[in-house]
Design a protein around this ligand. Structure first.
Ligand SMILES: Nc1ncnc2c1ncn2[C@@H]1O[C@H](COP(=O)(O)OP(=O)(O)OP(=O)(O)O)[C@@H](O)[C@H]1O
Length: 252
């Protein structure tokens, strides 16, 4: 379970996030929406340790991870994708996932130089886990392809497979539908729902495509100028005057 309590983040004079709180359990999908510059990505950057929160706490399964370094937070089970796809060009789809897989290697220094039995077993295990991650996003048949040769929608799925390889208990998806065509958005929506249904992790989803985020999230958090202006079910936030004003402007 993820419990974020009253986090703040300033950049000089800019208040990027003010008093943001959220509690999410495995199987839930939380949408975080709001106009450009509302502080959504900064929330992800604080949760994943890219930025240190100025105030507030991030508790994961009872452990305070607010001040941990980025790699330690990742090991605790926070995995994410980025607005701009970050894949390794020149590495196959499978190798892109294997780079993200944290095998917590047990073989000795000797195994680093000579393919010992333990090393071979671990490599086989890593391969199988990563192929399973690709299968979960429907990408196993592209394992040997180069990501740059694949359609954008597949590259987005590959990013999600990379995040799955980190054994997440919280999956942060930052605008996963950016640049996708309507068919790809619909497939992505089905994928996110099926991943959440596994109840392996909670999904936090930043998205500008409101039809996507409203159709699959149980709870929506609406940000504007760093503040949460509404939290509720999709129906509740759609009917909230402050939300309508933030998106459409105030009627004179
Ligand atoms: N590293 C940084 N240094 C200075 N200001 C920053 C930094 N990161 C974010 N900001 C500022 O914090 C505010 C919130 O930015 P953020 O990227 O979190 O918004 P967002 O809601 O994710 O926007 P978008 O939807 O456009 O991605 C903006 O005013 C932004 O310029």
């Amino acid at each position: 379970m993820l419990e974020i309590t009253r986090i703040h983040k300033n950049f000089g004079g800019i208040v990027a996030v003010q008093d943001f709180s959220l509690t999410a359990s495995q199987g839930e999908i939380h949408g975080i929406i709001g106009p450009n510059g509302a502080g959504k990505t900064t929330i992800f950057n604080v949760i994943s340790g890219i930025y240190a929160a100025d105030q507030g706490t991030v508790i994961l399964d009872g452990h305070d991870i607010t001040r941990l370094e980025q790699h330690k937070i990742a090991r605790k089970g926070i995995a994410r994708t980025f607005q701009n796809i970050r894949l390794f060009k020149g590495l196959s789809v499978l190798h892109n996932v294997m780079c993200a897989f944290d095998s917590q290697t047990r073989y000795s220094i000797l195994g680093a130089f000579i393919p010992t039995r333990l090393r071979r077993e671990e490599e086989k295990h890593g391969h199988d886990v990563c192929m399973a991650c690709l299968a979960r996003v429907g990408m196993e048949k592209y394992a040997d392809e180069m990501p740059e040769n694949l359609p954008y929608g597949h590259q987005r799925r590959l990013e999600i497979a990379r995040a799955l390889a980190c054994h997440p208990s919280i999956l942060l998806l930052d605008e996963p539908a950016a640049g996708l065509n309507p068919t790809e958005v619909s497939e992505l929506s089905d994928l996110i729902v099926s991943l959440a249904e596994s109840k392996d992790f909670a999904v936090l989803l930043i998205e500008h495509r409101l039809e996507l985020v409203m159709s699959i999230s149980q709870l929506i958090h609406v940000q504007n100028f760093g503040k949460t202006i509404a939290t509720g079910t999709p129906e509740e936030v759609k009917a909230n005057p402050a939300v309508i004003e933030a998106y459409l402007g105030k009627e004179e």
